[in-house]
Design a protein around this ligand. Structure first.
Ligand SMILES: [Mg+2]
Length: 285
């Protein structure tokens, strides 16, 4: 699908104007091939050193769990492993990654995000510290009204009737998107979701979200496919692909959503209260 340019009004190239933009973090807001390689290596090391897996079985097990449960961590928990989540994230993410070397400020991405007059949120399976370190290094920490990450999604799950005693709630589990929509007080079809994982966008799309698959080869830019409405090599192509999203104050301006700002040191989530969402602070564990 080629998305139309500069189309005012309700639709643009078949995409309804969203009320909320939801962004994955890793490989969507930035792309650094060294980071997933390091994380994968650290996950293997964790399974070897702390969970007793044999070297020859780790690679296949990691892939199996990732495919069957969304993330390796979710698969390990579902397999009965008792894992200290903070220890896991420290080991595979912030304890292993030199953010200042691997990531760099992205002022053009910042300009794009700042030009979109819509509420923007992060939805990542990664933990809070990793998310904050990445956003800070990219120079886009203040471009988002809130973040949904491993700890607060897990913390909010029971409030939505989801038992995470022996499981992890994360993308692409459709309940993850349902919880986020309930907290934001929006319907799934009012959300435009960006992610580099075809499984993640397809799951969101099945609930009615508009989806953008990020990270495709240049020749696939602007196409649509099963589970996504638009494919882009990087978010830097967003202004060309969906120009009506940018620089049009008042195109969609819902004050009930714009007021959802997290204060310093707190994690923001919202609880739907009728048609007017209210702000609640969810402590990061
Ligand atoms: Mg990703």
């Amino acid at each position: 699908m080629t998305v139309g340019s500069g189309i005012p009004g309700k639709h643009q190239g078949g995409l309804k104007v969203p009320k909320v933009l939801l962004f994955d973090l890793d490989d969507t807001l930035y792309r650094c091939h060294k980071i997933p390689a390091i994380v994968k290596e650290r996950i293997s090391a964790y399974m070897l050193q702390k969970l007793g897996y044999k070297a020859e079985e780790v690679a296949a097990k990691t892939t199996e769990l990732y495919l069957s449960h969304g993330t390796t961590l979710a698969g390990l928990v579902a397999s009965g492993h008792k894992i200290d989540f903070d220890d896991w994230h420290e080991f595979v993410h912030q304890g292993a990654l030199d953010y200042d070397t691997l990531l760099h400020p992205d002022p053009s991405l910042r300009d794009i995000l700042c030009s979109i007059d819509l509420p923007k949120y992060i939805l990542t399976n990664a933990n809070r510290v990793h998310t904050e370190l990445c956003l800070k290094r990219l120079g886009i920490s203040d471009c988002f009204q809130g973040m949904f990450y491993f700890e607060n999604v897990m913390e909010m799950a029971p409030q939505h009737g989801i038992d995470v005693t022996h499981s992890v709630l994360c993308k692409p589990d459709p309940r993850t998107y349902t919880v986020v929509c309930e907290l934001l007080g929006v319907a799934a079809h009012d959300v435009l979701f960006f992610d580099d994982s075809i499984r993640n966008v397809a799951s969101a799309h099945s609930l009615g979200m508009m989806t953008v698959l990020v990270g495709v080869p240049p020749e696939k830019s602007g196409t649509r496919g099963e589970g996504y409405d638009l494919a882009l090599p990087t978010l830097h192509q967003l202004p060309d692909a969906l120009p009506a999203l940018l620089d049009q104050p008042g195109l969609v301006h819902d004050d009930s959503l714009h007021h959802l700002h997290a204060g310093p040191g707190e994690t923001l989530a919202t609880a739907a209260s009728g048609s007017q969402p209210s702000v609640v602070a969810v402590p990061a564990s």
